[in-house]
Design a binder for this molecule. Structure first.
Ligand SMILES: *[C@@H]1O[C@H](CO)[C@@H](O)[C@H](O)[C@H]1NC(C)=O
Ligand SMILES: *[C@@H]1O[C@H](CO)[C@@H](O)[C@H](O)[C@H]1NC(C)=O
Ligand SMILES: *[C@@H]1O[C@H](CO)[C@@H](O)[C@H](O)[C@H]1NC(C)=O
Length: 243
């Protein structure tokens, strides 16, 4: 009885701590601060208004987890793309993979260090846009990895929807030799025109100023080859996407 109770308690505690959705692997307990201009993800899985998520979020990590030597890679994926044909399994879609995040000098009042990257890829941010007809709110997972020097990714790997759909994070981690994510978070967005969700207003920063402006530049690194043609392909290829 005692045993059963503590097992149950342990299970409850681990559920309460998880920053990733139930059943998702890799499971992560450390919070990645995900901050949009007008809202931030306060509780993992929080429903956000679609409009609030239209551009790539600012990222922050607790200062205890940051060292100036760190380089991070950000990954965001939808877990709930509607199935195709007779298959009833929902699919994943890679919404962003952005390399070369570094800690900035900017620290929020709660000891969150803002991270910034001059890169915009290899997979530029695609805003959540679940189909209006989909009754299910999609789960969007954000993962922050230590970026290995050996990382081999390029924009052409993710240049159209067909290369982003069904993205398998576990296979990717294995191929690229990635360690478990350092931090994670997730939010949900539904297909309603005006999301009625309540977000938490992003607080003001202390010290060196407010939330850093996005200074997104075209992706130029992270791999030996530079490919600029992906953007055109991306814009064309994503027009009909429903994710
Ligand atoms: C159904 O879709 C899932 C996700 O894309 C895939 O893993 C699975 O193999 C598919 N099943 C069949 C029978 O095609
Ligand atoms: C720190 O503050 C920011 C801005 O208000 C907020 O988005 C974030 O969730 C906070 N982080 C923690 C760990 O409380
Ligand atoms: C958020 O801010 C960025 C840059 O600071 C800007 O490019 C973007 O349009 C803003 N997004 C929204 C939804 O206001």
């Amino acid at each position: 009885m005692y045993f059963t109770t503590s097992v149950l308690l342990a299970a409850l505690v681990s559920i309460a701590q998880a920053q990733t959705p139930k059943g998702f692997t890799p499971s992560v307990n450390t919070k990645l601060n995900v901050m949009f201009n007008t809202t931030s993800v306060a509780t993992p899985g929080e429903l956000l208004p679609k409009a609030a998520t239209s551009s790539q979020p600012q990222l922050g990590l607790s200062s205890a987890q940051v060292s100036s030597a760190n380089t991070f890679m950000f990954v965001m994926m939808d877990l709930d793309v509607p199935p195709q044909g007779t298959n009833t399994t929902r699919r994943t879609l890679l919404h962003a993979m952005v390399t070369d995040f570094k800690p900035t000098q900017q620290k929020l009042s709660n000891n969150t260090v803002l991270l910034a990257s001059t890169q915009k890829g290899p997979a530029a941010y695609i805003a959540p846009g679940p189909p209006a007809t989909d009754p299910v709110a999609h789960r969007y997972v954000q993962l922050l990895f230590q970026q290995p020097a050996t990382l081999k990714v390029q924009a052409s790997d993710f240049s159209d929807t067909s290369k982003r759909i069904g993205f398998d994070i576990n296979a990717f981690m294995k191929t690229q030799g990635l360690s478990a994510p350092l931090a994670a978070n997730f939010f949900t967005v539904d297909g309603k025109a005006s999301g009625s969700a309540s977000g938490t207003a992003t607080g003001t920063a202390t010290g060196t100023g407010g939330i850093a402006k996005n200074t997104l530049q075209p992706f130029t690194g992270g791999a030996s080859r530079v490919e600029m043609t992906w953007l055109a392909g991306l814009v064309g290829g994503l027009a009909f996407m429903a994710a």
